[in-house]
Ligand binder design. Structure first.
Ligand code: ADP
Length: 248
């Protein structure tokens, strides 16, 4: 987020380097139930981001000292693969992945009915296979689909998308160039049925008016993302019931 580049990020017609309008999100593809051995799973692409998520549980919480006698806990591990970025990323946990894991597990904890499973752990593994900015939003969006695929009771699905600013324009869903050379990045995750905010961060500078305008775009886009999430789950259930019908 340097805010300085010779590159034109938004041209005079309001078109971005990847051909999008300022209020357009990248193409999204979501598939639920892609892994046989996990309790729930999801594969998600948004633009050039590729994310795989696996969920296990609820199961006995380990390490045991983390157990909560009143409810389950969500343990999330966000991991960027070494080959996910153009310069090889040093493998393993770093400060950034610890922070993202924590905020994704907090966002998910506000919709999962944790009180149903005292002492249990719900484990969420998010693997970023290819990164192009917006991976925390992509990871959280995929994780909530994987939780639903695992049959874990939730109040709602959680869609996430960012707004931001580059070339003095307010934009929806920043790509890597816009994130690197732009002026602000604001990831948002919501509960669609209530419009509650479960994740909101801001990096950079925007005026209050720009932020309000950006958040309006992001809320509208998040509702569209939730339709794509629900469609993926619907396709998954249809597939399962078809298989069950065949084995009868
Ligand atoms: P997000 O992916 O949620 O937007 P950041 O704003 O921290 O999170 O990162 C923006 C983008 O920068 C990432 O999606 C990725 O493309 C790139 N990036 C992040 N960390 C690294 C890293 N350690 N090495 C190379 N590229 C990285």
């Amino acid at each position: 987020m340097s805010g300085h580049t010779d590159m034109v990020l938004v041209n005079e017609e309001g078109i971005r380097i990847d051909g999008r309008r300022t209020d357009e999100k990248r193409p999204i593809r979501i598939e639920a139930g892609v892994l046989k051995n996990a309790d729930g799973s999801c594969y998600l692409e948004i633009g050039k981001n590729k994310v795989l998520c696996a969920v296990y549980g609820p199961r006995e919480c380990r390490p045991r000292h983390l157990q909560d006698p009143t409810k389950a806990i969500i343990q999330c591990k966000y991991n960027m693969e070494a080959y996910s970025v153009t310069d090889r990323k040093r493998p393993g946990t770093d400060r950034r992945s610890v922070e993202i894991s924590k905020l994704i597990s907090e966002a998910l904890s506000s919709v999962v009915q944790l009180e149903l499973y005292p002492r249990a752990s719900i484990d969420v593994y998010i693997e970023i296979l290819q990164a192009n900015a917006g991976t925390r939003c992509a990871g959280l969006t995929a994780a909530s689909v994987a939780l639903a695929d695992a049959g874990i009771p939730m109040r709602d699905i959680v869609p996430a998308i960012a707004c931001g600013k580059a070339d003095d324009k307010v934009l929806l869903d920043l790509n890597k160039e816009e994130d690197n050379y732009g002026q602000a990045d604001v990831p948002l995750a919501i509960v669609p049925s209530t419009d509650e905010i479960v994740l909101l961060q801001m990096d950079g500078n925007m005026t209050r008016e720009e932020l309000e305008y950006g958040l309006d775009m992001a809320f509208k886009a998040a509702h569209e993302v939730s339709d794509i999430q629900k469609d993926a789950l619907r396709r998954r259930y249809t597939e399962i019931s078809k298989k069950e019908g065949e084995s009868d």
